[in-house]
Design a protein. Structure first.
Length: 252
């Protein structure tokens, strides 16, 4: 794989790198991206419709069942070379801030620390009424026979329904994580945007903030991306191939 020399120098010399990831970084671990059509028993449903507070209010068993099946899928898979290359990059540069939109824990399992999760986590459910966190058993019950519906557990504190600890459309992002991510983007030398369609706000602002602050922005994505100018690059390909090759080329 060939890389632009200016880009390699930028990466090697960057004091602060921000890595901003989306569902594409977990695709090679077998986790479908958010905008891929759902498969199997879930193929009748639209994730845009399920990932809302209204959907949970209308049909908590359907929504809880969907999130439990996704949590099971994540527990059954492993980080891929893309996640591992990001953890490795943190050892090579002075400062690295990892910001993810993903609700899985594959970055952490690849060895990344202090990951800023903008859209929450599949693994931190909480009470929908009093917000008390809920401890999920590591090996939860298998999906029910019909494969979809599962009654959410009840909060030990107030009896309310437990909900997934993720950020749904129309909900606020965690303020501390969002502020830290914005500050990192505004202060970095280079932002690597990996495997995101960049259509969900406010997270999608991060590459723009970095560009406006004069940083270089590098997109890693197999699909074409609109590029703004000389300090923006596309490395076309899957993250699990591009990122290890990029590190090998920059620190050969
Ligand atoms: C590979 C690959 C490989 C494949 N290697 N790459 C207009 C302007 C601004 C905002 C809004 C607006 N209209 C509405 C809004 C608000 C809304 C929003 O942005 N909507 C847009 C759809 C327009 N935002 C919100 O509601 C947010 N809250 C908010 O703004 O609060 C204030 C407010 C309230 C009320 C009204 C207005 C404002 C909250 C957003 C929460 C998003 N949550 C989700 C669900 C989380 C739980 C769950 O997973 O179920 O987060 S939505 C979903 O999208 C998920 C993802 O994190 C997020 C981003 O998706 P991502 O990661 O980019 O995945 P994909 O599938 O889209 O893309 C995958 C990419 O990977 C593709 O490019 C592939 O090519 C690539 N790829 N294989 C590398 N191997
Ligand atoms: Zn409660």
């Amino acid at each position: 794989m060939q890389f632009d020399q200016t880009l390699l120098t930028c990466l090697r010399e960057a004091r602060h790198v921000v890595v901003f990831t989306g569902a594409g970084v977990s695709a090679e671990s077998g986790i479908a991206t958010f905008r891929d059509a759902l498969s199997g028993l879930w193929s009748r449903f639209d994730p845009m419709q399920l990932a809302t507070p209204e959907a949970f209010e209308d049909d908590p068993e359907l929504v809880w069942g969907w999130y439990e099946s996704r949590r099971m899928q994540v527990l059954g898979t492993s980080p891929n070379p893309g996640h591992r290359a990001i953890a490795e990059l943190a050892k090579r540069v002075t400062q690295l801030t990892l910001v993810t939109q993903n609700v899985d824990d594959l970055h952490e399992r690849a060895g990344s620390a202090n990951v800023l999760h903008l859209h929450g986590s599949l693994h931190q459910p909480r009470c929908s009424r009093c917000a008390e966190s809920f401890q999920m058993p590591l090996a939860p019950p298998a999906e029910p026979a019909e494969g979809r519906r599962l009654a959410p557990p009840r909060c030990a504190h107030c009896g309310g329904e437990v909900r997934p600890g993720v950020v749904w459309f129309g909900e606020s992002l965690p303020v501390d994580a969002l502020e830290a991510a914005f500050a990192a983007a505004a202060g970095c030398d280079l932002l690597l945007s990996v495997g995101t369609s960049g259509v969900v706000y406010p997270a999608a602002q991060l590459p723009h903030i970095a560009l406006q602050a004069g940083a270089a922005v590098v997109h890693v994505n197999p699909e074409p991306q609109a590029l703004g100018g000389g300090r923006e690059w596309l490395l076309a390909g899957p993250a699990g191939e591009v990122l290890p090759a990029l590190l090998a080329a920059a620190w050969r």
